[in-house]
Design a protein around this ligand. Structure first.
Ligand SMILES: [Zn+2]
Length: 262
């Protein structure tokens, strides 16, 4: 055997070992976070995204109670699917994070997405303002002033790394909507998929509808959490006012392991 082919083989074995470790790690974290045996800690990290003083005033006044609707929603829906745990998700608020998140690549290739995800996890590790027990899931809440007329970027949730990035408005009037978007991204980190048409934002029937069997089907009066909106007619849908108008549909419940597949 020549030396060169020996090195080639060793390098291949090394690469395969790394891949197995990464895959095993992802699989273990998925199993651990969705076995629903112990509460998961969700930590919300507020960020002053436009560096305005009115945004800062809102962040200064934020309390953990402002995110209680997320816990109430998860508890209610988990119980409906027979999850025994009393508080499947515990929500806590970290102090302000001072830093700029790595920008997600646009129309990313798989490699770019993986690199960004690694960059994001490194950034999260460096910029950790939370001093309590280790979080299971981190959500960065990038807040913008309502005086700011820019259109908010898409929020996102990464299952690998258990990190979400949510763009929201720094106003108590928008806090219920912020809670809704945080919950949507939270469920992405647990393995739930989107159930709306990405080009039109219309929820997809049947799994993106809160009541897919309703007659007449439209208008619906609630939203499915991953459908993202309340369908009014075939081409229009609206954001729900609060998590009270939202449910976790059966397919989403299966994806996050609240319900076994039929
Ligand atoms: Zn989504």
């Amino acid at each position: 055997m020549s030396q060169r082919s020996l090195w080639g083989k060793l390098r291949l074995i090394f690469l395969i070992a790394v891949l197995i470790i990464v895959a095993l790690n992802a699989w273990l974290s998925k199993v651990r976070t969705t076995d629903w045996q112990e509460p998961l800690w969700l930590i919300i990290y507020p960020i002053n995204a436009d560096r305005r003083s009115d945004t800062q005033l809102f962040i200064n006044a934020l309390e953990r109670e402002h995110f209680e609707d997320i816990e109430i929603f998860i508890n209610r829906e988990a119980q409906r699917y027979g999850v025994k745990l009393e508080r499947p998700i515990e929500v806590y608020l970290a102090p302000l994070v001072d830093g700029i998140l790595p920008k997600p690549p646009k129309n990313a290739s798989i490699l770019e997405s993986v690199l960004w995800s690694l960059q994001m996890r490194y950034w999260a590790w460096v910029h950790d303002s939370w001093e309590g027990p280790k979080p299971d899931i981190k959500v960065y809440l990038k807040l913008f002033s309502i005086q700011n007329t820019q259109v908010l970027e898409h929020s996102l949730g990464l299952q690998k790394g258990m990190i979400g990035v949510v763009n929201g408005f720094a106003s108590i009037d928008y806090q219920a909507q912020n809670g809704f978007v945080i919950t949507h991204e939270l469920l992405h980190t647990l393995g739930a998929s989107d159930k709306y048409d990405l080009s039109t934002n219309q929820p997809l029937w049947p799994h993106g509808y809160a009541a897919p069997g309703l007659e007449p089907l439209l208008p619906q009066n609630k939203a499915e959490i991953m459908g993202g909106r309340v369908p009014i007619n075939r081409t229009e849908s609206v954001m729900p006012d609060s998590l009270q108008d939202v449910i976790v549909g059966e397919q989403t419940a299966q994806e996050i392991n609240w319900k076994s597949a039929q």
